[in-house]
Design a binder for this molecule. Structure first.
Ligand SMILES: Cc1cc2nc3c(=O)[nH]c(=O)nc-3n(C[C@H](O)[C@H](O)[C@H](O)COP(=O)(O)OP(=O)(O)OC[C@H]3O[C@@H](n4cnc5c(N)ncnc54)[C@H](O)[C@@H]3O)c2cc1C
Length: 511
């Protein structure tokens, strides 16, 4: 391990910082205590931050770095997270094969409960306004007797976080400190201690416990980072400290999520065990509705819609909610809009009467059904209906001296393609590789020249995918039969009939 002696620290501080010509970065007030020094400090114990720590612990060169992770939430709860086999968390991500292969490579996938994860091999996507459709069906790419390649693996975020924590724990206690129940209250530049290291260009973090005092005994009040990583989500304090700006906007939409039970599949799947994801764009209602498979004939819902519609859906009884989800995949836009405006019963309705169910049953008799709809939803897991605001943010850069951003701290995108966390894991894989390269070549892990490899690898890729999701959202928010709608349906139909283009899109969806 490279020791953090003063002689090692000093050469890496650039002359301008030493002479104090660079203005001091600050995220709050100063404190005088000497900080404890780490090679890498990661703020944020979500999937991106824990993924980075697990990756650093997995590679021989970086496992010797002295690393710390700080998380406001209580990670012991995440470590002991448990649900029954028929219950699923409502925060689920579709991990692409390249995300899963990264998690396998660092050993974390061995700690994920794969009985709770669900691969899918087919995807049906169609436009609720025009009916044009594109099906991503791998059977055109393979022989009927081959196993179909996986498009993505649905994994509960909590299952992934628990797996990452187990993997980090399994890597041993040497050189790693996890400060959970601890918040970063301020970040500022350190000072040039005449009798110690010159930390005037190093980030120094002040930590405050958020949990019970007894569990916080070992938390130092201040720590210094040779490299500070912001994996601290959309409101990243690390990004603010580094003075990195973001571009973006709020979509004025919410993503309604829920865990649903499905009736038995209508037709037996072939090859056996094949599962399908469904997404229908609903331009007049503000965004797509998606039903993604989970084990045991359950599924997770992500319905992107206006804030008003989201509030309406959340206020419904379970039976009315189920009727609305079934309607969303089956009825015309006009019928669906009508049902979205139905009065909410003032008192709980009896088992015998349910206006939303009755309306759906009546309207279905007059609506021809395409073959590509999902099996009917029959139940909703109690307490699983929730909604999240949808936003687009992109940091102007991912790096600055001694700072790197990953995951939602760097970019937040529309969830319609299920790519947000996949981009975050892509960042983590790239940054871990960059740090490993630096460690192997005796470079300073926090030097801007070291970090440029990471930014160069990730910025353009993330910009492309974030922009594609934004364009798709805008394209599929134009209701009616105007030129955009025609172009949109023509686009889907043409792609659906061009095997080579479709194959290209499918390969890209794989990650
Ligand atoms: C409805 C919806 C559906 C989605 N579906 C998908 C999908 O199918 N596939 C996909 O890839 N992505 C999906 N996403 C996106 C995905 O959920 C996020 O990109 C991902 O969870 C972000 O992880 P992260 O670790 O970067 O950030 P976060 O999970 O936000 O973690 C940040 C952590 O930093 C901590 N923190 C913040 N400030 C401090 C502080 N001062 N001190 C200490 N700790 C701090 C927080 O407590 C938090 O734990 C979806 C998003 C939404 C809204």
């Amino acid at each position: 391990m490279r020791s953090l002696s003063r002689s090692v620290i000093r050469p890496y501080i650039c002359p301008s910082c030493r002479s104090g010509t660079v203005s001091r970065r600050r995220f709050a007030t100063q404190s005088a205590q000497a900080p404890e020094i780490y090679d890498v400090v990661c703020v944020g114990g979500g999937p991106a931050g824990l993924g980075l720590l697990a990756a650093l612990r997995a590679a021989p060169a970086t496992s010797k770095l002295k690393v710390a992770l700080i998380e406001t939430q209580d990670l012991s709860k995440a470590r002991s997270w448990k649900l029954g086999p028929h219950q699923f968390s409502n925060r689920v991500s579709s991990l692409t094969p390249s995300s899963v292969s990264f998690l396998r490579r660092i050993g974390a996938w061995d700690h994920v409960d794969t009985a709770r994860a669900q691969e899918y091999q087919e995807m049906q996507v169609w436009d609720g306004e025009t009916g044009s459709k594109i099906s991503f069906d791998w059977s055109t790419e393979t022989s009927p007797f081959e196993n179909l390649p996986t498009i993505a693996t649905m994994t509960e975020n909590a299952n992934l976080v628990r797996g990452l924590l187990s993997q980090i724990e399994a890597s041993g206690e040497e050189n790693v400190a996890i400060f959970s129940n601890t918040t970063v209250s301020s970040i500022e530049n350190g000072t040039d201690d005449p009798s110690g290291p010159n930390l005037s260009a190093w980030p120094v973090l002040s930590l405050s416990p958020t949990g019970s005092a007894s569990s916080q005994a070992a938390v130092p009040s201040r720590i210094a980072a040779r490299l500070l990583i912001g994996a601290d989500g959309i409101n990243s304090p690390v990004r603010r400290y580094a003075g990195i700006t973001t571009d973006g906007w709020d979509y004025d939409r919410h993503g309604v999520v829920a865990t649903l039970s499905l009736s038995d599949p209508v037709a037996p799947t072939f090859p056996i065990g094949t599962r399908t994801a469904y997404q229908r764009f609903l331009p007049s209602l503000g965004g797509p509705v998606a039903l993604l498979p989970l084990p045991n004939n359950t599924a997770t819902l992500v319905w992107s819609t206006t804030v008003e519609h989201a509030a309406y859906l959340k206020s419904l009884s379970p039976r009315a909610f189920i009727a609305m989800v079934n309607a969303a995949f089956r009825l015309s836009m006009a019928d669906l809009k009508y049902m979205m405006g139905m009065p909410r019963p003032a008192t709980p309705v009896s088992d015998a009467e349910n206006p939303h169910e009755d309306e759906l049953t009546w309207r279905l008799q007059h609506t021809p059904q395409p073959s590509h709809i999902p099996p009917p939803v029959t139940g909703v897991q109690e307490g699983s209906v929730a909604s999240f605001p949808l936003r687009f943010r992109h940091a102007s850069t991912y790096i600055s001296p001694r700072v790197a951003l990953v995951g939602d701290a760097a970019h937040v995108i529309h969830p319609l393609a299920g790519q947000g966390l996949n981009l975050g894991l892509g960042d983590v894989a790239s940054l871990a590789k960059t740090i490993e390269y630096a460690a192997n070549h005796g470079m300073d892990v926090g030097d801007i020249l070291t970090l440029e490899r990471y930014a160069a690898e990730r910025y353009a890729t993330n910009t492309k995918i974030g922009a594609a999701c934004d364009v798709l959202h805008k394209l599929y928010n134009v209701p009616g039969q105007g030129p955009v709608t025609w172009a949109r349906s023509l686009g889907l139909d043409v792609i659906d009939r061009l095997p080579f283009v479709k194959s290209f899109l499918m390969k890209n969806a794989e990650g």
